[in-house]
Ligand binder design. Sequence first.
Ligand SMILES: C[S@@+](CC[C@H](N)C(=O)[O-])C[C@H]1O[C@@H](n2cnc3c(N)ncnc32)[C@H](O)[C@@H]1O
Length: 364
Amino acid sequence: MYAVIFGKNPKLSEAEFYSFTKRFGIKIKIIEASRNWIIFESTKKIEHLFGRLGGSLKLVRIEGQGKDTVRDLEYARLFTVSVYGREDWKLWRKLGSEIKRTFRKEGPSKFFKPARTYAMPSELILKGFPETKDFVFFFGERVWVGETVKVADPFELKKLDVERPIQRPMLSIPPRLARIMVNLTEVPQGNFLDPFCGIGTIVQEFVLQGLNAYGSDSNPKAIHGAKENLKWLKKEFRTKKSAHFEVCDVRKLKKCFRTKFDAIVTEPYLGEPLKHNPSKWEAIQMANRLDRFYFSVFESFSDVLKRKSRVIFVFPAYRLKGGGIYRKERKWLGKLGFEVLGRYTDFEERHRLVRDIHVLGYRS
Ligand SMILES: C[S@@+](CC[C@H](N)C(=O)[O-])C[C@H]1O[C@@H](n2cnc3c(N)ncnc32)[C@H](O)[C@@H]1O
């Protein structure tokens, strides 16, 4: 039995997690689910696949139910305690002391205090995880006890973002989100295209996942940057696969590619940067203007997609001046053969814009 702990956008992380299980043929049975974590049984071991998730922080192996499980935990000289479902330092300290006491017959041990009542992956890595252990307590309908067996590596994701030779911080998508979007396709293998690839963040993720990677952009400078970044990726991450790049207007994909694609994963041109939060009327105007362009983009997609393929597309949504968010409905997608299977918002502090991530099935 396992638990997965979701990251800062739990709804999106949860959707990613379910898509990921389908993508890798993992059958699961949910035992208990909360906003920030789920406990489940799985038909397969998933430790080796956990790194493929972008939106989850930890994989925990559940050792048992009830606080007595503390007796079954494996000894560690240094450990910490993570409590989910309660934010109670008294409880945290009590659980740590109890573990320390049960370890006494095996040797001395110490536990350290994380910033919150649970440890974040970066704290664990810096303290020497996996030798340093993280014992996890979930307070839900029942009490579950486990040990963290895998953590997301924020240092790797950061490296993918800020160490590559060509960067465009205001335009680029975070590598974490690129990973989430690839999982949302539910497509395990095949030809993947990002037709607004910019300097290639999403294409990098295709390559890291061993997919047949294609990227295009109308800006030759961006394509040059994407190629430079890919050279760097191949060297730093020792990837065997390569990627195919084209300078191409998205409305002419048929002319640029002979390949048919299993999935398109992309963040398009989202309009001019916003200087202030718009009124609802301004938001509607902006969205309508962009939709004229997006309509021709999806027409072009249908020229190069296989039947039963998937598109993960970021539409813009807007935080409004008076509060609330404007998210447009797009009936025309259905007319072009695209069915909306899911919609998730994601908000990044450095942008005013809200991402309205759509999962679309094409002629499925
Ligand atoms: C939001 S950026 C994509 C950023 C990319 N995900 C990254 O991480 O670098 C949008 C990209 O769309 C490209 N673009 C704008 N209009 C286009 C068009 N008609 N055809 C193809 N690409 C276009 C721009 O050159 C820009 O690189």
